[in-house]
Design a protein. Structure first.
Length: 275
């Protein structure tokens, strides 16, 4: 059986490839800029150009789908014609709110897969821990500081390796078909606690300065689209008084505890160091 991993060089996709390879699976991986990936045959393909996927889909039975809503319907149709039987979608728990950018974006992909009649599993993480890289990475590297609103906002940030582990399990085992798994990290930490964890990981003090949300927004839009920035700032404001529920999904699906933020910070310590 051949498994196809799209977005194989992304934060989650690279871990899906590694997990499938460790299980002894035959893995094909796609990338717009192909380079060797351990454990996988790499094929050049681009989800924004569905006809580029035909060679990658040949002989594939199960597929991990990175979300690209603009072309999702055609990609899924091509997958079904090629003989793919199961699709595991990287989605988001924001799909419950179709009024925000992320919710509409990810639900469009889910709908395309649902309409296909293929077996499916939706993996819906809450906020990724990797978001702190684009929110704080530059100021930590250049100034040794974080400026953010709502210091007391608690978030249950999820390690990308946990998201991949759930996706990998859904690709390998039949028991996950038809499930929509919502994931969080194993603990809810406020922003000062997150900064302290990064400080410990990189071995130097990081100053935390609470700022007005408008000031934070003006900095963040330099790195991310405005709708995404507004969504994240909205989550932070809401999380001050209503912290997120920590879900046990990762452990239930994988049989091991979720990875704490301290470990995520150690895994990414080099990315917070000055170039």
């Amino acid at each position: 059986m051949t498994f196809l991993v799209t977005g194989a060089t992304g934060h989650v996709g690279r871990h899906v490839v590694a997990g499938l390879a460790a299980a002894g699976a035959t893995v094909r991986a796609t990338s717009r800029t192909p380079a060797p990936i351990p454990g996988a045959e790499v094929v050049a393909a681009d989800l924004t150009e569905p006809d580029s996927l035909d060679a990658a889909l040949r002989g594939v039975e199960r597929m991990y789908l990175f979300p690209v809503p603009q072309t999702a319907a055609e990609v899924v149709e091509r997958a079904a014609r090629a003989g793919v039987r199961r699709i595991v979608v990287l989605s988001s728990n924001s799909v419950h709110d179709g009024t925000n950018h992320s919710g509409a974006y990810h639900r469009e992909v889910e709908r395309a897969v649902e309409r296909s009649g293929l077996e499916w599993t939706f993996v819906r993480p809450d906020e990724f821990a990797t978001n702190v890289l684009w929110k704080w990475g530059h100021s930590i590297r250049t100034e040794g500081a974080v400026r953010a609103p709502h210091a007391g906002a608690r978030r249950a940030l999820v390690h990308e390796a946990d998201v991949a582990a759930v996706a990998t399990a859904a690709l390998l085992a039949d028991s996950h078909v038809g499930e929509a798994y919502e994931l969080t990290g194993p603990q809810a930490l406020d922003q000062t606690e997150q900064v302290a964890a990064i400080s410990r990981a990189i071995g130097r003090e990081i100053a935390f300065q609470e700022v007005d949300p408008a000031a934070a927004r003006s900095e963040l839009v330099a790195f991310m689209p405005e709708p995404v920035v507004d969504m994240v700032l909205g989550y932070l404001a809401a999380s001050v008084d209503v912290p997120p529920l920590v879900l046990p999904t990762v452990e239930k699906v994988t049989g091991r505890p979720g990875i704490p933020f301290d470990q995520w910070a150690r895994d990414h310590a080099a990315e917070f160091s000055a170039a």
